[in-house]
Design a protein around this ligand. Sequence first.
Ligand SMILES: C[S@@+](CC[C@H](N)C(=O)[O-])C[C@H]1O[C@@H](n2cnc3c(N)ncnc32)[C@H](O)[C@@H]1O
Length: 145
Amino acid sequence: MSTTATPVTPELEAYLRPLFWPEDALLQELARDIAARGPQIQVSAEEGRLLALLVTLSGAGRVLEVGTLFGYSGVWMARALAPGGHLDTIEFTPLHASAAGEWFERAGLGSRVSVHEGAALEVLPRLSGPYDLATTRCGWSGPVG
Ligand SMILES: C[S@@+](CC[C@H](N)C(=O)[O-])C[C@H]1O[C@@H](n2cnc3c(N)ncnc32)[C@H](O)[C@@H]1O
């Protein structure tokens, strides 16, 4: 055990990236779609891997996400759901919600994910818990309601 921290330099990160948090072809294409027609505010591949790890380690079956964007983080998490599990994800920007629905279908996750279009505070009362895990990443410059 060491008492000093190892700094994560860009070089170390570039070395680790393909080893520990690789994006598959679908996630890479999804990220390119966001770059082409949406705001690039999705989680990083590292964060996606961490979210998937949390879902796996907790054995979560029911997961709630506020802020779907195009479904990048959702694909990471939905793939890690316990058997029979389900992701409910809320998104209030119509373009983002419809793009996410398309990407979940393309990922073969359509039956494991529900995209709820609307503002979180309006949608949440219509959903019934309990959830095993909830996540949000809504910090951006758009409206919040
Ligand atoms: C940072 S992005 C989410 C990124 C996504 N979790 C990912 O990593 O792929 C935030 C998203 O939350 C949505 N959003 C912001 N405030 C919201 C609210 N109050 N209700 C629903 N969606 C909201 C935005 O439209 C945007 O698509």
